[in-house]
Design a protein around this ligand. Structure first.
Ligand SMILES: *Cc1c(COP(=O)(O)O)cnc(C)c1O
Length: 412
């Protein structure tokens, strides 16, 4: 059963009424279920136990300290993409030996900070980056571990903005260049080639693209083993999707494991996995309150107090997110759920059947635990929402609502 379900007609997060949370903490409000996070972590670990992977939770999906420390307590490491995420991960108790650092644009400052903490490895996306990491490590008197990110040129059948492993994307090195990049790296005294990495995109709903990409990378492992004596890790990235639409099926973890495990075993390397969305997406909702219902000659608009600054996925990726009433109702209406932002692209749901609502009613946008708050902004000078963690029948604020003063802090 979902951790968000109706009891006596009112939506609950685990055993807590969402209505009471909205009353107590105001709206818009992010509400997360601790149990959902734990259950999803356990399901993923169990599916892949034959290769006993290091799970490196992808911090950018949801970077709240309490969410991070929850996963770190379960044994997770961290997949980071900036110095800011390094800071957050360490502050939340991450073991540096389980941190992997990705991204095409790492600055010297970011690299130095990660070398000082002795992270597990950098995933390297270009030849100049190898040289920069070596120079930074040399200055620190250390040797940095690196894993080349391979661009396997696989189409993961997802939105074009979140495809990262096709040849036209900015990410990784073309397969044909990796061996040469390894030869260059082993000549440098302060880097050691510790692995290979792939991350082909996000919100991928079928296991086949992962297997196709892995075939490319495992083949490459065999090719470079002779060049790289320190090769030890195979990092297969994140990207496991979740069903946002009612007709979408949950990702088939058993089929994923069935396809990947034999290939991973064949590599003989230790496996790293970087899930983000899969672990936290379904564990969160965004609760908002209806301000107005308005109609023009063409359509009906439900205007809520949450908008694209709180949850940008619908606007940015034309993403579908399910919208449900906090107080169950049979009534339906057709139209758009929009926010208060001064942009026509500010919508949470468009051209859809929605619950029939009136001013003051509460709505919940489901599957908002990943790339929700972490992509929120202050656009239109809107303080960012509060975040609540529910655990059984208890609820804890894990981030307070921003104040007006927060909006101008740092201005001088
Ligand atoms: C964003 C990202 C992830 C996580 O992706 P999900 O789709 O949330 O699982 C993993 N690895 C890298 C390198 C990323 O950039």
């Amino acid at each position: 059963m979902s951790v968000f379900a109706y009891v006596n007609g009112v939506l609950r997060a685990e055993d807590v009424s969402v209505e009471s949370l909205a009353e107590a903490y105001g709206t818009p409000l992010y509400v997360y279920s601790r149990r959902a996070m734990r259950d999803r972590y356990a399901a993923l670990t169990a599916a892949l136990k034959a290769v006993d992977p290091l799970i490196a939770y992808s911090v950018k999906a949801n970077a709240n300290r309490s969410v991070l420390s929850e996963f770190f307590a379960l044994g997770s490491g961290a997949d980071i993409v900036s110095g800011g995420e390094l800071f957050r991960a360490l502050r939340a108790g991450a073991d540096p030996a389980k941190i992997v650092f990705a991204g095409v644009g790492k600055t010297r400052e970011e690299i130095v900070a990660a070398i000082e903490k002795d992270i597990l490895f950098f995933t390297v996306e270009s030849e100049p980056e190898t040289e920069r990491i070596s120079a930074c490590a040399s200055a620190a008197g250390k040797t940095a571990r690196i894993a080349f990110r391979v661009n396997p040129d696989v189409d993961p059948q997802t939105h074009r903005y979140i495809t990262t492993g096709k040849k036209e994307n900015k990410f990784g090195l073309d397969r044909a260049r990796v061996a040469q990049a390894c030869r260059q790296a082993v000549r440098l005294p302060h880097v050691s080639v510790a692995g290979l990495h792939m991350h082909i995109g996000s919100q991928i709903l079928s296991p086949e693209p992962f297997a196709e990409a892995l075939d490319c990378v495992v083949g490459l492992c065999e090719e470079i083993r002779g060049i790289c004596p320190d090769l030890r890790w195979l990092d297969i990235g994140g990207g496991i999707g979740i069903p946002y639409r009612p007709e979408e099926k949950p990702f088939d973890l058993a089929a994923y494991a069935g396809l990947l495990v034999p290939r991973l075993k064949r590599s003989g390397l230790s496996v790293v996995l970087e899930p983000g969305r899969f672990l936290v997406g379904p564990a969160g909702i965004l609760v908002c309150r209806v301000q107005y219902v308005k109609e023009n000659a063409f359509r009906k608009f439900v205007v809520a107090d949450a908008g694209m600054n709180d949850l940008i996925r619908p606007s940015l990726y034309e993403a579908f997110q399910s919208v449900v009433p906090v107080r169950e109702t049979e009534g339906r209406m057709f139209g758009d759920l929009v926010g208060p932002i001064c942009e026509s692209g500010d919508f949470l749901a468009r051209d859809r059947e929605l619950p029939e609502v009136r001013e003051g009613d509460l709505l919940a946008v489901r599957d908002a635990g990943a790339y929700g708050f972490s992509m929120a902004s202050n656009y239109n000078s809107r303080p960012r929402a509060a975040e609540i963690m529910v655990d059984g029948d208890r609820a804890f604020p894990i981030r307070t609502r921003e104040t007006l003063e927060d909006l101008v802090r740092g201005e001088c």
